[in-house]
Design a binder for this molecule. Structure first.
Ligand code: PAF
Length: 282
C-alpha cells in the first residue's frame, strides 16, 4: 500500500497509472475510519484497478472550532484498517498547507438551493467547505468513480450537482448507510459517545423506521409531532431538526405529492455530539 503526503507526487504517480489505462476509484474521508468507510473502500476496490483513499480533516467545513478540535484522529489505526486492501490501495494524507496553499478559505457555491436546506441552515459555510475540498481532491486525483455514503445524503446530492455543473467526468457512486447492531448509523463521531449514550442513540433509527412504517397512513404534520414526542423522554438529547423532504430538491414537505420520492432527515445532539441520519420513505 503506497502512502502519499504531497499532492504533487501523488499526481505524478497517478498520471503514470492513467497513461497505462488503469481505472481509479476514490474514497474521500476525514479519517477515524469505521465499517461505513470500509464498505466504500470495498466497493471501490471491487469496481476499479486502484483505489485512492484520502484522509484529511478539512477545517473549512467546520463551523464550530470545538467540533473541529474534538474530531477523532487516529492515523495509525486508519492505516492498519486499510492494510488488508494492500496493493489495490493508495492512501493520501496531505497537510493543511499542501491542500490550502493560498490560505484556509472556501470558495462560494450555489447548488440550486440544495446547500441552503437542513445541514446548510444549521452549519454555516459547511457545504462551501465540503465542495471546496472535494473539488481540490477531484482535481488532484481525477478519479473515474468516487464513492460517497448515503448517511450524508445532502452532501451526496450536492456533490452530484457540483459534478454536473462543472461537467466533470467522474461518476458518483452512492453507498448504503452501514449501521451498528442497535441501528445507530456508523459515524466517526460515535466514538465520542459514552456507552450509555451509544445505546440510547438507537432511538434515532427506531424513530426513522417508525416514520417509514407510518408514512403512507399518516400526514406529515402528525409524523413531525410524533418525532418530537419520541425525543421528549431523553433529557440528554436535543432534536435539532426532523424534516421529511423531497429527495431531489431536499425541500421540506408539508404534504405528499404523487410521483415524488421522499426521505426523512434528522439531526440530534447527544451530550455535545451531533449525529445525523436519514431514511428513504419509499
Ligand atoms: O464525508 C466526509 O467525510 C467529508 O465531508 C468529505 C467528503 C471527506 C470532505 O471532507
Amino acid at each position: 500500500m503506497l502512502t502519499f503526503t504531497e499532492k504533487e507526487s501523488l499526481m505524478r504517480h497517478l498520471k503514470n497509472l492513467k497513461n497505462q489505462q488503469v481505472s481509479i476509484g476514490f474514497v474521500p474521508t476525514m479519517g477515524a475510519l469505521h465499517n461505513g468507510h470500509l464498505s466504500l473502500v470495498q466497493k471501490s476496490v471491487a469496481d476499479n484497478d486502484i483505489t485512492v483513499v484520502s484522509i484529511f480533516v478539512n477545517p473549512t467545513q467546520f463551523d464550530n472550532p470545538s467540533d473541529l478540535e474534538k474530531y477523532p484522529r487516529d492515523l495509525e489505526k486508519d492505516i492498519s484498517l486499510l492494510e488488508p486492501f494492500n496493493s489495490k490501495l493508495i492512501v493520501f494524507t496531505p497537510s493543511i498547507s499542501n491542500m490550502y496553499e493560498n490560505g484556509l478559505t472556501s470558495d462560494t457555491y450555489f447548488f440550486d438551493n440544495l446547500e441552503n436546506e437542513m445541514e446548510g441552515k444549521h452549519r454555516k459555510g459547511h457545504f462551501d467547505g465540503v465542495a471546496t475540498v472535494v473539488s481540490k481532491l477531484f482535481e488532484i486525483i481525477n478519479p473515474n468513480k468516487a464513492y460517497f455514503g448515503e448517511k450524508d445524503f445532502q452532501q451526496l446530492q450536492i456533490i452530484r450537482k457540483m459534478v454536473a455543473q462543472n461537467g466533470q467526468k467522474v461518476s458518483i457512486v452512492n453507498c448504503p448507510i452501514v449501521r451498528e447492531d442497535n441501528g445507530l448509523a456508523m459515524s466517526s463521531r460515535n466514538e465520542r459517545l459514552s456507552t450509555k449514550e451509544r445505546e440510547e442513540a438507537a432511538i434515532i433509527y427506531q424513530t426513522l423506521k417508525e416514520v417509514k412504517e407510518k408514512f403512507h397512513s399518516e400526514n406529515i404534520e402528525t409524523l413531525n409531532k410524533l418525532v418530537t414526542e419520541r425525543f421528549l423522554p431523553y433529557a440528554n438529547m436535543q432534536l435539532e431538526y426532523f424534516e421529511i423532504a423531497d429527495e431531489e430538491t431536499l425541500k421540506s414537505a408539508n404534504s405528499k405529492e404523487a410521483n415524488k420520492k421522499y426521505r426523512a432527515f434528522i439531526a440530534v445532539f447527544i451530550g455535545g455530539v451531533r449525529l445525523i441520519d436519514n431514511i428513504a420513505l419509499y
